[in-house]
Design a protein around this ligand. Structure first.
Ligand code: M6R
Length: 601
């Protein structure tokens, strides 16, 4: 779970590499490095810390028309200067950046050491430049050496390499994302499109097994045997501005505030004449489905809970399973099972593993993702895009809202096909209110009192979040967001569970945030029980909700259909977390120990 970039053109590469790495930092930020070469040696610059730390070590940018770069989230070895990428072979002729995990690196390292190779780091990656060097010496052909090297590797990788004296970048992928960017002047390779979106929107999504050779004026893609492979060129419809911070102090705040636009894009063209339509899912797509399994992690799991409840209500047998527990939690599946993988990045290893297990068992699969060309989109039988635009802050915000709306629409689409299922009785009213959702979110953003509330509560001992029905997933999401970026203890519960244990923790020092959105039955009584033990109660819901009258504080949301009210409450909770973290001086976009895309299990 790291970000890699490579660039080759006719002028210097260093500046482009560094700015690309800044846009990839959401993938990891505990060390960074670049290597460039201009025919007189490969120059490596790397250090522990963020890309800004790397930049401050570079008084002048090294010259060279080609280079590679890396931003790291450590898996093998702590974040030290030595463990930062790029890594090189013994003499420093071959430099490599890598995203993924090499499972057999121990034995490869032992063999290489026995052959006289010297190692400097604790990483699994370092075997790769040594292997390329070994096979270059044997064959005299770098491209062949790269193919043989990756063929020797077990595990997952996206790699890019440069070699002293060669006007080329070599790359390969298996199990980790790699995208090729093309413009008239230069070629790029990166883990994700925002790395080069300032320079081009023409991309090729590489597939597992692809080997790429870039020269300044040409590129070639082959398979592991060296046979040419043809991949289509796509145009990305993200604006470079979408990937920047704009006027905001943090990406998270920008992403919270751009939810009205994201949601408009999510909805556009999907509701017509009171019906739900998805571009890739013609009518009757789900007529042979009798069970739906949602699989996801973290925030996406909470969105999946939201969707699963709606589908259950429509009478479809539905399970929602944490992807990391799929192996032990899933019962048997068959061709009448649909597994829906909910993943913003489309690269979460646990989620991809769950999909593979389900499809191996004969299930049909559908990815609900934000990233076109992602592994989930290509692994599943079909993909539905949530169209939230790029999300850079590690804390997922706008993608939760867009996932929940996409899933709510998908449930109506599935229920229309599955025999004996019944789409929501008041579907027309629900879809009509959906059209107003972006405007309602705008209202929440303009009127929210979450910052003042964060000031009042920020010194508390613990923070509890409760909700019932659709509000349960919102409560869990509120607590996850709060702990993720404030580092304070926060827990979410189903409202009725509070009295089965957690109530013992409740004091006047533990504010209770109660999601009161209209479809809940137990939230008010359980909130009052906590209040009578001293906890300050914050109701998050429409003004008319019965809990508002008894709560100590209220974060108001516009009155709307109960299916959408939880999403408005969630925006209030996003703002609460953001402001609390800001008051505590936390690094909001890059919380410690976390990365946005978790590509290890
Ligand atoms: O890319 P995915 O949606 O699969 O990511 C899943 C989780 O890692 C992610 O939602 C994580 O929980 C967020 N950082 C929470 O804000």
């Amino acid at each position: 779970m790291c970000g890699i970039i490579a660039r080759i053109g006719h002028d210097d590469a260093a500046e482009t590499l560094l700015s690309g790495l800044e846009n990839l930092e959401y993938r990891g930020y505990d060390s960074a490095g670049i290597a460039v070469q201009n025919g007189s040696g490969v120059k490596v610059h790397k250090c522990s810390g963020e890309v800004s730390d790397l930049k401050s070590t570079l008084d002048v940018h090294p010259n060279g028309n080609m280079g590679i770069g890396h931003t790291r989230w450590s898996t093998h070895g702590p974040p030290t200067d030595e463990n930062a990428h790029p890594h090189t072979d013994t003499v420093g002729d071959v430099a490599v950046v890598h995203n993924g995990v090499i499972d057999n690196y121990d034995e490869l390292k032992a063999d290489l050491k026995a052959n006289g190779h010297e190692f400097e780091s604790d990483t699994d990656t370092e075997v790769i430049p040594h292997l390329i060097d070994e096979y270059r010496t044997e064959t005299g052909d770098t491209e062949l050496a790269v193919r043989r090297a990756v063929d020797t590797l077990e595990g997952s990788y996206a790699i890019a390499a440069i070699v002293d004296g060669e006007n080329a970048v070599y790359a390969a992928r298996k199990g980790s994302p790699l995208v090729l960017g093309l413009n008239d002047e230069e070629w790029f390779l990166a883990s994700d499109v925002p790395a080069f979106l300032d320079y081009t929107d023409e991309v090729i999504y590489l597939e597992d097994g692809d080997i790429v050779v870039l020269n300044p004026d040409s590129y070639r893609i082959t398979d592991l045997e060296g046979s040419p492979v043809d991949r289509p060129v796509d145009t990305v419809d993200w604006d470079p501005e979408d990937a920047g911070k704009g006027e905001y102090d943090h990406y998270m705040l920008k992403e919270i505030n751009t939810q009205p636009t994201a949601l408009s894009n999510t909805i556009e063209g999907r509701v017509e004449d009171g019906d739900v339509a998805f571009e890739t899912l013609p009518a009757d797509s789900f007529e042979d489905i009798d069970t739906v399994q949602f699989v996801a992690c973290g925030t996406s799991y909470h969105a999946a809970m939201y969707g699963a409840q709606l589908l259950r209500t429509a009478g479809v047998r539905t399970e929602v399973i944490r992807a990391s527990e799929y192996e032990s939690m899933s019962g048997p599946v068959d061709e009448n099972t649909l597994v829906v993988a909910v993943t913003q990045s489309g690269e979460t290893a646990d989620t991809l593993d769950a999909v593979r297990r389900a499809t191996d068992g004969g299930a049909q699969s559908l990815a609900v993702t934000n990233v076109v060309g992602s592994t989930a989109a290509r692994t599943a039988d079909d993909a539905v895009y949530i169209r939230a635009g790029p999300e850079v802050g590690v804390a997922a915000t706008k993608t939760f809202s867009s996932q929940a709306v996409t899933l709510a629409l998908l449930t109506q689409r599935i229920a229309a096909d599955v025999p004996d299922a019944t789409p929501a009785e008041d579907r027309a009213a629900m879809l009509e209110d959906l059209e107003n959702l972006p405007q309602h979110v705008e209202t929440v953003l303009e009127t929210s009192q979450a910052e003042a509330l964060a000031r009042e509560t920020v010194d508390s001992e613990s923070y509890f979040f409760i909700g019932n029905g659709l509000g349960h997933s919102v409560a869990l999401e509120g607590a996850l967001k709060f702990k993720e970026i404030t580092y304070e203890h926060a827990e979410g519960f189903a409202s009725g569970e509070l009295k089965h244990g957690p109530l013992a923790l409740v004091t006047e020092q533990t504010p209770l945030f109660a999601v009161a959105t209209g479809d809940d039955k137990k939230t008010k009584t359980n909130a009052i029980e906590a209040q009578s033990r001293g906890a300050p109660i914050v109701a998050i819901g429409p003004d008319e909700h019965p809990l508002v009258d008894v709560a100590d504080t209220h974060l108001s949301v516009p009155d709307t259909h109960p299916v959408w009210a939880g999403l408005l409450a969630n925006v209030q909770l996003q703002l609460l977390s953001y402001h609390a973290a800001n008051l505590l001086g936390r690094p909001i976009d890059k919380p410690r120990n976390l990365a946005k895309s978790v590509t290890v299990e």
